[in-house]
Design a binder for this molecule. Sequence first.
Ligand code: K1U
Ligand code: ZN
Length: 174
Amino acid sequence: MAVLEILTFPHPVLRQRARKVERIDETIHRLVEDMTETMYRAPGIGLAANQVGVPQRVIVVDLSAGERPDERLVVINPEIVCREGRLRMEEGCLSVPDLRDQVTRCSRVVVRGLDLGGREVEIEAEDLLAVAFQHEIDHLDGILFIDHLSQLKRSRYVARRKKMLQEARAGGGA
Ligand code: K1U
Ligand code: ZN
């Protein structure tokens, strides 16, 4: 297993729509194990494959952030087939450094997809689990949680991030 680099905003791969997985082979198994290790190391409660530069429709979620690894969920080619209710919750994103903010999403979703054995799975999720699934499936469609914020908050973050990157480059060159 390996800890992979997590791409950060404004990396263009984060804006690409990830491709459907056609065959669940050894490469996908390895990718899932590496994504899991990367999520736990961050730490995070979810990760989408395009956050580690692989534009394929694979997500991992573990609300325990590695405390109880048997609770890890893997969904390949996930789709939301049912949405209900509204919920406002604070989110962060491993690809959007130094920002957390409130986002309104559905409070209950049903996610359908494949497990690592290629079997169809349907997961009913509420509250934080529902939010995590919506956040990760958004990633696969090139959507970031900042896209759910107001235009003003988003443009303030974009300016702040630009400054952070400029300062990091200037510091790194010294
Ligand atoms: O996809 C990602 O960038 C991971 C992200 C997922 C997420 C967080 C909050 C709401 C919805 C989706 C994170 O995991 S950010 C880190 C985080 O929230 C966390 C880390 C350790 C323990 C508990 C939470
Ligand atoms: Zn994220």
